[in-house]
Design a protein around this ligand. Structure first.
Ligand SMILES: [Zn+2]
Length: 94
């Protein structure tokens, strides 16, 4: 995953999350060519997967491949959790 570019100001927010050991601090950040990585020590694969799923879901990205999701579910008015391609492959396979 690409690191997120940060400024000293946004790093301050990340540090605030870090102070409370909040998982919101988790991520890979890029500051002036330096990479900072905050991750959970000894996280299980399932934990990592759950976090990835939720992060993608919250950012409106396909939970499988991370592509931007552009279509909304007409029933809920919310973005689909899958991109068109994966929606074809997974959701429509009934
Ligand atoms: Zn996808």
């Amino acid at each position: 995953m690409e690191p997120k570019k940060v400024t000293i100001k946004s790093l301050q927010g990340i540090l605030d999350n870090l102070k409370t050991a909040s998982e919101a601090a988790i991520g890979t950040y890029l500051y002036k060519g330096l990479r900072l990585q905050i991750s959970k020590y000894k996280a299980s694969g399932a934990e990592r997967f759950a976090r990835l799923y939720h992060r993608r879901r919250n950012q409106g990205l396909c939970v499988v491949c991370g592509e931007k999701v552009t279509h909304k579910n007409p029933r809920t008015g919310k973005l689909y959790r899958l991109c068109n391609e994966h929606r074809e492959k997974i959701d429509k396979k009934v």
